[in-house]
Design a protein around this ligand. Sequence first.
Ligand code: FMN
Length: 232
Amino acid sequence: MYRAIWAVGALISCVGVVACSSDAGSGGVSPRATPTGSTVELPAPRTDGELSLEETLAARRSIRDFTPEELTLEEISQLLWAAQGITASWGGRTAPSAGALYPLEVYVATSDGLSRYLPEGHRAESISTADVRGASAEAALGQAAVAEAPAVFVITAVPARTEAKYGGRAERYVHMEAGHVAQNVLLQAVALGLAGVPMGAFADEEVARVLGLPPGEVPLYLIPLGHSAEDG
Ligand SMILES: Cc1cc2nc3c(=O)[nH]c(=O)nc-3n(C[C@H](O)[C@H](O)[C@H](O)COP(=O)(O)O)c2cc1C
């Protein structure tokens, strides 16, 4: 049902805006609970877990309804690490990157505000203390999951980083990389007992405006995440 809703929404090119209330609850911990411009060290990521890779793959499903329970700082930290954490002394990360040029950025939006992941030192930088989930949902054709998820990961790209070496091949490389990162996040969510959905249906300029992205940086994916409220 909701699949049809977002697909139809994409076709009508973002004219209808559904009410996007933010009922994600309060009191959750987020890297955002810091002054704008400051950085916070995140809890060290784990490299073990309860589920096997096969069990995690078998359990992954796109989930769009979430309970109001906030994510813990440890969970957000682990999800950010899965997205772009540094796992090699030379700077290699959890997701592959063409030429190891790393054109992607990862943001997390919660009720506390918006943060950007800094892989070096496994830190988060506070971008804003505003809750941008509601406005992001409007930019995403009114998809309520964006407003209602306790955390929304946003994968953006600075294509110039890859274009400098790969020219016209860069666009496809950057998009491939976003897929790698999104799948890492979605599988890590399952391994943590969480769930999410990758979303590509949104108005690019509007999401860029809501997030305050600098020129040359474009949004590629919105990933609402939380505890599933869906049956089964
Ligand atoms: C590139 C891409 C874009 C997507 N965009 C949306 C979206 O905007 N909204 C949404 O609800 N689901 C979106 N999805 C999720 C798909 O609807 C979902 O993966 C599909 O229905 C298969 O279900 P599953 O993920 O549970 O296996 C997207 C998936 C991909 C791969």
